[in-house]
Design a protein around this ligand. Structure first.
Ligand code: GLY
Length: 379
């Protein structure tokens, strides 16, 4: 499904403005791995204490997208610096988890795809092997977090977010000509389709399984409002994640699942085009999460590419509605400050809400690159 002339003009002009700002931001933040901003300036998570954080691949991913757009070498150098800093994580078992895809697809695997760098291939394959090692064959799921907080036994926990990490396994199978990795990805996606996605297209964030016997036990509200609610970023991970599993496997049950989530998501987009933290949060709560909008837009654009005619344009128009709303109402166009999106929220019950978060900026950039037909394929 194609953009019309007016939409194309908007997409090209917006990407040009974003690119102009990111040139300045990348110069200021070239030695950092940012997560958020403090008084408009990126913080830095590259130190020993914070390097394992799940978002630490997105800055590198933004730099690779900018390199793909402009060909300017300094973007490549910043991305490769981010990738090398993550080696401290690859050598620390307790810092590795289901989010290996978020860390190494936008860094090492992107580098390998762009440059053929063998050290990057090695990093990607080590990350994939560790991710595959988290597979629970009784429950047919990839285990989510480690038990780092001492509060919960998470041995049997899986989360919808992991759908976005499966492409690391699809890549490893393709690279090694060895189906084992993809087999694990498909098995996890089948379980997520059956146990996470509800009949109406909304999704659970966390599902626990009996780690020895394998049966599903219960679901948790996770980063959303409550059990049975509808954490919007979780909907977005599911929407984009199942679309990607379809693109990698051709399994139409994944496409149907992605479309069911997309239908639910689109039916709940408010008139404003801005996305709440949870579609089922109390009516008097107005908290937003711009990251959910940007991620869902990426998934919807990909879905629109799979469809001709009306259903394709419905997906594309929904993505455009959210992206336009972000640029008009939840965007920091000040070039002396480092973030793109405003009003991002990590979790409903956190103390802090509606601040800048690096993966919101990453997926916004990816969505705009997709609209312009210029994106580097990361997932
Ligand atoms: N993957 C964790 C989150 O979306 O916050």
């Amino acid at each position: 499904m194609q953009l019309n002339e007016q939409q194309t003009k908007w997409a090209m002009e917006t990407l040009e403005r974003v690119s102009h700002k990111l040139e300045k931001v990348s110069e200021r933040s070239k030695n950092k791995i940012p997560y958020t901003t403090v008084d408009g300036i990126h913080d830095d998570w590259s130190g020993r204490e914070k390097i394992g954080w799940w978002t630490n691949g997105f800055w590198g991913g933004m730099m690779w997208q900018m390199y793909a757009l402009t060909g300017k070498e300094f973007y490549k150098e910043i991305a490769q610096d981010n990738e090398k800093k993550l080696d401290a994580v690859l050598m620390d078992y307790d810092k590795l988890d289901h989010d290996n895809g978020f860390k190494w697809l936008p860094t090492a695997v992107a580098d390998y795809r762009m440059t053929g760098n063998k050290a990057s291939r090695n990093r990607g394959l080590l990350a994939a092997a560790n991710l595959a090692g988290r597979y629970n064959s009784a429950g047919r799921f990839i285990r989510a977090w480690n038990n780092w907080d001492g509060e919960h036994d998470r041995t049997g926990w899986a989360i919808i977010d992991c759908m976005m990490n499966l492409p690391l396994l699809y890549w490893a199978s393709e690279e090694l000509k060895d189906p084992r990795f993809a087999q694990i990805a498909v098995s996890h996606a089948n379980t997520a389709r059956d146990c996470f996605v509800r009949g109406d297209g909304s999704v659970n964030h966390i599902v626990s399984f009996d780690p020895a016997g394998g049966g599903m036990i219960e679901s948790f509200g996770g980063q959303g409002y409550a059990v049975g609610s509808s954490w919007t970023r979780g909907q977005s991970w599911g929407l984009y994640g199942f679309t990607l599993s379809y693109l990698h496997t051709g399994d139409t049950s994944f496409l149907e699942t992605a479309e069911r989530i997309a239908g639910y998501f689109m039916a709940n987009i408010p008139e404003s085009g801005l996305i709440p933290v949870d579609f089922r949060q109390p009516a008097d709560v107005s908290l937003e999460d711009s990251t959910a909008a940007a991620i869902a837009a990426c998934g919807l654009i990909e879905l629109s590419r799979q469809k001709v005619g009306e259903s394709g344009s419905i997906y594309l128009n929904a993505a455009l509605k959210m992206l336009t709303a972000l640029t008009e109402k939840s965007f920091n166009w000040n070039e002396d400050e480092d973030n793109l999106l405003t009003k991002c929220t990590a979790a409903y019950h956190d103390k802090e809400h509606e601040f800048s978060i690096i993966y919101g900026d990453y997926y916004f950039l990816e969505a705009m690159m997709k609209l312009a037909g210029r994106e580097l394929f990361i997932w």
